[in-house]
Write a protein that binds this ligand. Sequence first.
Ligand SMILES: C=CC1=C(C)c2cc3[nH]c(cc4nc(cc5[nH]c(cc1n2)c(C)c5CCC(=O)O)C(CCC(=O)O)=C4C)c(C)c3C=C
Ligand code: FE2
Ligand code: FE2
Length: 340
Amino acid sequence: MSAPAPAVRPEVQTEKIGVLLLNLGTPDATDYWSVRRYLKEFLSDPRVIETPKWLWWPILNLVILSFRPQKSGHAYAQIWDKRTNESPLRVITRDQSEKLAARLGADGIVVDWAMRYGSPSTQSVLERMRAAGCRRILLAPLYPQYSATTTATANDKAFLALKDMRWQPAVRTMPAYYNDPLYVKTLAESIRQGVEALDFEPDVVLTSYHGMPVDYYEKGDPYYDQCLETTRLVRDYLGWPEEKLMVTFQSRFGRAEWLKPYTAETLEALPGQGKKKIAILAPAFSADCIETLEEIAIGGRETFLHAGGEKFAYIPCLNDSGPGMDMLEAIVRRELSGWL
Ligand SMILES: C=CC1=C(C)c2cc3[nH]c(cc4nc(cc5[nH]c(cc1n2)c(C)c5CCC(=O)O)C(CCC(=O)O)=C4C)c(C)c3C=C
Ligand SMILES: [Fe+2]
Ligand SMILES: [Fe+2]
């Protein structure tokens, strides 16, 4: 008599599809050490800082990490979500994940979220998804415009985690969606509604994108071009003249030349040019965060009003709004095609 055929392990028969939303990361708290830990990981990423390690290490560890955590911690404290005691970026990314899960769950799709820096780590979440039976995973970096400093490094981190898995899921990466008609429409409608809700008519609306060293652009990073293209498409959608919807770049870090025009300098100059009523939004961010809430909505307002501006309005990111989630669901479903 021959031995019975060995049973197939049940997990082999599990064939789930997963979607992993990836965002940048944020500190766990606003104290010096929490912010330092986060900044150290972030600013040690060679995709973000291309200065050779031997030169960058002392600058980062001896100079930047001795003063920046305090300054950034103070900025984070101003926008901290008191309800959950977390950073807004984390709260919003989780909300986006939960809402997407509610929309895709009926189709058996597992949705989760992770951060490139800090927690929840990309590795821990990928491991959890794999253990839950996800055999195919869409990595979805939540950056409308591609940059090596954001999109690529988020994917790198996921690939690094896959490297340690004996049983790897199949993966796809979601492309940047800077010119996707759905994104353009959703962004443009958010501007139209944002402006309609104001008690003034803005002289100009600024699309303020996160900045990047010019050097990275010259070496081939397409981020700048994609930012310009997003604004051009939104302007066309709204039927606005060129001067009504401007492009600027914010969040300059360090002494190198960054993409121009700088948002802060523009905010200072506009009142002198007779543009005293403005609205501003930050299309490079899928979720409001320190760079939008503190730097623009608080700091940008101060800069503009001090320079003689009269009316300033910040239009929020798409976040987990209904239209924002409709857009994300449609883009994700399209990227899953052939898997479903
Ligand atoms: C040092 C170089 C930096 C590059 C290049 C850069 C590109 C870049 N970043 C985002 C999105 C976010 N950045 C955020 C915070 C942040 N960014 C930098 C530096 C660079 N970013 C720093 C030092 C910080 C930390 C905050 C501070 O200390 O001021 C965030 C928000 C995180 C949060 O917790 O709220 C996001 C999101 C994009 C899209 C981008 C593209 C070129
Ligand atoms: Fe940044
Ligand atoms: Fe900033």
